[in-house]
Design a protein around this ligand. Structure first.
Ligand code: NBP
Length: 481
């Protein structure tokens, strides 16, 4: 056996990952795909890679050094289970099976338990960065046992993206069983929020600020030089600069305004809801895609809206205001995302390190940004941080932009331009900052209709007012669930 690593599943992601692995010194890569044509095509097109092709899983297993380490890159779901079963037939105890697909983390928890029973290591690894990342260097979020990471970690370090700040590879052992796929899922949720916030900034600059797409592209390119510098801002400028060859119109004006999704944003929000983690920025981003993709509903409602407001008059300050609103809302989205990560860790018994997670997102993945280095620093300063918004650096940044943020949200509302993620993020910030919340009134309502009881600000204990009788307050012993 000559290969130190194998890849099963040679569609675009698996092929690119295999080529990436083969291009790094010290790796010899075994490759296998259910349909042999894909294997042949890869090996023929990339003879320089020195792949060891296999036409059966037996042959694949025989070509791997022990402990055998194989990365599965097949369609998430049933295909993954089928390949895991197949590998368990031909591997031996102690070997390492890695799922690099986009699995739901609860599936990974289940698979890890089953595979471990059979004596193998199972690692669910979130891999971000799309096709190009797989080929040139992704951000990798492996879960699984610490023991398997001793073998797998050094191999993954050879292919991971490297952070521009310090050259560190963007991979770390995230936590046990499903931790890697969980963190990858939240990454995708944050990506939804980031994209929505950028979309709202564009919409406001255009519809209120009166700028054309090409001008907005310039604005984004300029923003990309500062603290907002990120892959998503960079590609936004590219997309806005694009002109449709057929019509000569801006590309954004010829694309149907119905956003697609593959479901990872929905998973993030569902999981966060179960964890009691309020990820309103991410949720609004998922909802906004949902609203956009029901044209029949939009077409029914649009004519019923009698008068739509004129865009507010804005001055030259507006562009900078939007930048600050975008930045502050982004801080909130990440604060919420990291809260969800930590809540998941508590729920599932993972010792997640938020600073390390921020670090491995600095390159390779879609949300890569200068900003993530700042988040890593914040958790480095205080690993027990209760919210990113409480970190002195981010608190200062958001406070500095707060007036602009408020002007932008108010301007959007008065202009009739939807800005769900901007406004939800601002409300979240104001909620955390408020001296008192109307939750007190809600407790009163709950006690009124359901005798759900409440606590007082001035005394220990649990209380209930007899709303339907004498309206006298009584202390009760146990709060009902
Ligand atoms: P696909 O998701 O299109 O899956 C195609 C691969 O699955 C082929 O190799 C196919 O083999 C194999 N396969 C299927 Br389908 N059913 C199988 C079965 N029952 N047994 C064995 N193999 C089976 O490939 P992809 O687009 O390269 O994505 C691979 C994974 O990476 C997915 O989980 C995807 O969600 C994830 N992904 C991640 C990113 C990212 O940015 N991180 C991007 C895109 C995809 P065949 O050739 O014999 O049909």
């Amino acid at each position: 056996p000559r290969a130190n690593i194998g890849v099963v599943g040679l569609a675009v992601m698996g092929s690119n990952l295999a080529r990436n692995l083969a291009s790094r010194e010290g790796n010899t890569v075994a490759v296998y795909n259910r349909s042999p044509e894909r294997t042949e095509a890869l090996v023929n097109e990339h003879s320089e890679a020195g792949f060891i092709p296999a036409t059966s899983l037996q042959e694949f297993a025989a070509s791997l050094q022990r402990p055998r380490t194989a990365i599965i890159m097949v369609q998430a779901g049933k295909a993954t289970d089928a390949v895991i079963d197949g590998l368990c037939e031909v591997f031996e105890p102690g070997d390492i099976i890695v799922d690099g697909g986009n699995a739901l983390f609860t599936d990974t928890i289940r698979r890890e338990a089953t595979v471990r029973e059979r004596g193998f290591h199972f690692v669910g690894a979130g891999i971000s960065g799309g096709e190009e990342g797989a080929l040139k260097g992704p951000s990798i979020m492996p879960g699984g046992s610490a023991e398997s990471y001793e073998t797998l970690g050094p191999i993954l370090k050879t292919i991971a993206a490297r952070a521009p700040e310090d050259g560190e590879p963007c991979v770390t052992h995230v936590g046990t069983d499903g931790a890697g796929h969980f963190v990858k899922m939240i990454h995708n949720g944050i990506e939804y929020a980031d994209m929505q916030l950028i979309g709202e900034a564009y919409d406001l600059l255009r519809r209120v600020g009166g700028l054309e797409p090409a001008q907005i592209a310039e604005v984004f390119s300029e923003w990309n030089q500062g603290p907002l510098s990120s892959y998503l801002i960079e590609i936004t400028a590219e997309v806005l600069r694009q002109v449709d060859a057929e019509t000569g119109k801006p590309f954004v004006d010829v694309v149907l305004d119905q956003a697609g999704q593959k479901g990872t944003g929905t998973w993030t929000v569902q999981s966060a809801l179960s964890l009691g983690a309020p990820v309103s920025g991410i949720a609004e981003a998922v909802f906004a895609r949902g609203v956009s993709s029901h044209p029949e509903q939009r077409e029914t409602v649009r004519p019923t809206v009698a008068s739509r407001p004129e865009p507010q008059q804005v001055d030259e300050r507006f562009v900078e205001d939007v930048r600050k609103a975008l930045y502050a809302s982004k801080v909130v989205a990440y604060a919420q995302g990291f809260d969800a990560i930590l809540a998941g860790g508590r729920e599932h018994g993972w010792e997640l390190n938020p600073g390390e997670i921020a670090k491995i997102w600095r390159a390779g993945c879609i949300i890569r940004a200068v900003f993530l280095g700042r988040i890593a620093e914040a958790y480095g300063r205080n690993p027990e941080l209760k919210s990113l918004l409480a970190d002195p650096f981010f608190a200062g940044e958001v406070a500095e932009g707060a007036d602009a943020w408020r002007r932008v949200v108010a301007t959007a509302a008065l202009s009739g331009v939807p800005a769900p993620a901007f406004s939800a993020s601002l409300s979240y910030y104001d909620s955390l900052a408020a001296d008192r919340l109307p939750a007190a009134l809600i407790q009163g309502q709950r006690d009124f209709f359901g005798a759900h009881t409440y606590r007082r600000i001035d005394r220990e204990g649990v209380f209930h007012t007899d709303w339907s009788g004498d309206r006298v307050e009584r202390r009760v012993d146990v709060a009902p669930k």
